[in-house]
Design a protein around this ligand. Structure first.
Ligand SMILES: [Zn+2]
Ligand SMILES: [Zn+2]
Length: 89
């Protein structure tokens, strides 16, 4: 038997297969799970921390670059707008 697999029969007579968590390789998880509860918690925690970071607003026009502070568009789009304004006047 592989050292990464553990199987036993539970009280109900069902054969349970456990495998080691792919992330920490310490905790056993049931075969239909990817990660143990600890790692799942950590993953969820790290996602939550990401959400806590200040949002960087994307340019409303190109939706690719970060906006210039106090504007609703990026530096590149601001330049384009200025050029367009110059050609119009
Ligand atoms: Zn784990
Ligand atoms: Zn832009």
């Amino acid at each position: 038997m592989s050292e990464y697999l553990l199987s036993f029969t539970d009280d109900a007579g069902l054969k349970m297969i456990y495998t080691r968590c792919a992330r920490c390789e310490i905790n056993f998880i049931s075969a239909d799970e990817d990660l143990c509860k600890v790692c799942k918690g950590e993953m969820a925690g790290s996602r939550f921390e990401d959400d806590d970071e200040p949002e960087e607003l994307l340019c409303l026009y190109c939706e690719k670059r970060q906006v210039v502070y106090g504007e609703e568009m990026c530096a590149s789009c601001l330049q384009k707008r200025e050029k367009a304004a110059q050609t119009l006047s």
